[in-house]
Design a protein around this ligand. Sequence first.
Ligand SMILES: Cc1cc2nc3c(=O)[nH]c(=O)nc-3n(C[C@H](O)[C@H](O)[C@H](O)COP(=O)(O)OP(=O)(O)OC[C@H]3O[C@@H](n4cnc5c(N)ncnc54)[C@H](O)[C@@H]3O)c2cc1C
Length: 496
Amino acid sequence: MNVIVIGHGMVGSQFVEDLLASDEHAHVTVLGREPTGPYNRVLLSSVVAGATDPSMLAMSAASGDRVRVLDGVAAVDIDRDARTVTDSRGDVHRYDRLVFATGSQARVPDIHGIATDRGLIPGVTVLKDLADATGIVKRIPKARRAVVLGAGVLGLEVATGLAARGIAVTLVHHSGRVMERQLGDAAANIATGSLAKLGVRVVTETSVAEALDRRGVLQSVRLTDGTQVLCDLLVMCAGTQPSTSLARRAGLPCERGIVVDDALASPADDRVFAIGDCAQPPEGGTGLVAQGWDQGSRLVALWTGRADAGRESDDDLTNVVRVKAQGLDLVTMGLSGKFDHGERELRAVRISDPAVGRFVEVVVSHGLLVGATVVGDKACAAELSAMYSRMTPVPPDPAHLIVRPLASAASAAVNTDPAQLGDDDTVCQCNTVSKGRICSAIDDGCASVDDVARATRAGTGCGDCRSVVAALIQSRDAAQAPSGDKVPALAGHGEG
Ligand SMILES: Cc1cc2nc3c(=O)[nH]c(=O)nc-3n(C[C@H](O)[C@H](O)[C@H](O)COP(=O)(O)OP(=O)(O)OC[C@H]3O[C@@H](n4cnc5c(N)ncnc54)[C@H](O)[C@@H]3O)c2cc1C
């Protein structure tokens, strides 16, 4: 069976590895527009912040005599009658099955003056790929002021990252509050206060109307309210849209993304499939990597008759939003912000303490935590995330959920201590990897966090759980060490 995969990103690359390992008859050609092999796109904002070196992002790519990897080569045309794909070098490849894993692209708002025929002017950029991130990093030494457009999750990550590099940042947002999809007014105000302390000035209910340049290089922006803001850098974090143009040209049904059914196949052509950010499955696309990885392994399972062909990832797990920002702890899960109570019996309790930059809200229904928002309290966020993902029964009075962890940070440390986790507890939220799977990998010889990442993918998403993996390796080592040769245990960590 000849399979062509278009897109060698986070989802396409994992799919190819999985398919080759599971089906010895599969021969795969993978076309990737980007010149590098696959890399961890999730950590690009950490590269901008200077917390992660670009060399650390590389992900494994398939090799061997059943796979042809063409990096730096784009698919430009598809002939579905002839079952061929033409690439950017003019070569034609024949397929039995075709998989789109073309991801998404950054939305570029219609702003006067940001582009010429040659593309965006120097100083204006999006953050979608490694070239964008390294481009921003190159400008940082000479940049004194930056404007970040869009105060969603990525906007906050970029703004705090640039501020951590000593740049004065103005974060411009069209809505009345930051992260309006996840946060209500009180939580957003506290987050805005925390941003100000980090050197990020937030201006809301406005947008960038025009970029003004000097000799072709960005010098300032004019906002829709007429204000002019001096800046050497404008980073547009205005959302993404699935990359569908090639699929549309091939006559495949596309709405927001490439429409696929439960078997991830196009309703117009049962030889064509889509996974990852480019796909629009019946349950809708989340734009999060865990959903794409789940789709990839489901597709392999469906093709090979493997038992795990059902949809596995828990929607609620992909419903956890963490801002990966230096100096700002912000996590939401399930119901947060201005949610609709609907028919459900919900009890919501909150504390809001602007003086110390802390906001915690929990939402409980039928003895379970169904939503939470935590700003400025890492230990509490870790404990609530663990309860939420494990669906731990909670006390009848939701106030106890808030008061207890805040009253005793030590209790959070104990409850999220890796040693206390059950085998079924999820350690890596991004890849849905349980403690049990990680411990098996350690028992099978994985001696470092990178070994475990290669074997299980744990820690290859946002990276938050790498400290938990390290602690599990240490506790395994300690258990195997002769008595008197104890390895000190790490302190408790939040889950990743
Ligand atoms: C800065 C940033 C931070 C993020 N943070 C998080 C996070 O914290 N948690 C989370 O879950 N997700 C996060 N995401 C989203 C996550 O990166 C995506 O969900 C994930 O990368 C999707 O994988 P994919 O393979 O579908 O698409 P991608 O990784 O985008 O890969 C698609 C690839 O296909 C290539 N391609 C497109 N068209 C063609 C063509 N015609 N021919 C050949 N190649 C083509 C593209 O160049 C690209 O290399 C973040 C994204 C960004 C940019």
